[in-house]
Design a protein around this ligand. Structure first.
Ligand SMILES: [Zn+2]
Ligand SMILES: [Zn+2]
Length: 174
């Protein structure tokens, strides 16, 4: 019998987070590039990056006065014309009729409070984030209360995907 070699491929977490970083490269925001990928059963249902809405002048061309100004990161978000990667991924799924309920969103930085609310009400079951953004505590508390799994991406960690979750549930049920 041939010896079983270690799987050389990236784990699912790494796979989707890598894709989210590629998606972020399409961002048109002058402040920050963020990417999001929504997947379910390890299939991509939607992607999104941050920036001004369609048909509106790109943020890097001056389309968003808030981003062009000197406001601090995480502040004056209500005046921002840019929509966030998570919002755009959810909107794109709605436009194309892709059912994302029960899915997982991978996002290159942790969601803001508005995105967190949308994630809860879009029926997403899990959030995996890369870097830390503002609102970590309040967003964490919201997800906990709403029953949305929320975890930081751990590079190199194999795992997740749908199968191990089911196994864990079965074990608990014993
Ligand atoms: Zn912007
Ligand atoms: Zn956001």
């Amino acid at each position: 019998m041939p010896t079983r070699k270690t799987d050389p491929r990236p784990g699912w977490d790494e796979y989707f987070m890598d894709i989210a970083h590629v998606v972020a490269r399409r961002s048109n925001c002058s402040r920050r590039s963020v990417g999001a990928v929504i997947m379910k059963d390890n299939h991509i249902l939607s992607t999104g990056y941050n920036g001004t809405p369609r048909r509106v002048k790109n943020c890097f061309e001056g389309g968003c006065p808030r981003c062009a100004g000197k406001v601090k990161s995480g502040s004056h978000l209500d005046e921002c014309i840019c929509s966030h990667a998570e919002q755009n991924a959810i909107c794109l799924a709605a436009e194309h009729g892709n059912s994302i309920g029960g899915g997982t969103i991978y996002v290159t930085i942790s969601p803001c409070l508005t995105c967190a609310k949308m994630i809860v009400n879009a029926g997403l079951a899990e959030v995996v984030y890369g870097g830390d953004y503002a609102f970590l505590d309040v967003v964490g508390a919201l997800f906990r209360e709403a029953g949305v799994k929320y975890r930081k991406f751990a590079p190199g960690a194999k795992a997740t995907a749908s199968k191990p979750k089911t196994i864990t549930k079965r074990r608990k049920a014993k």
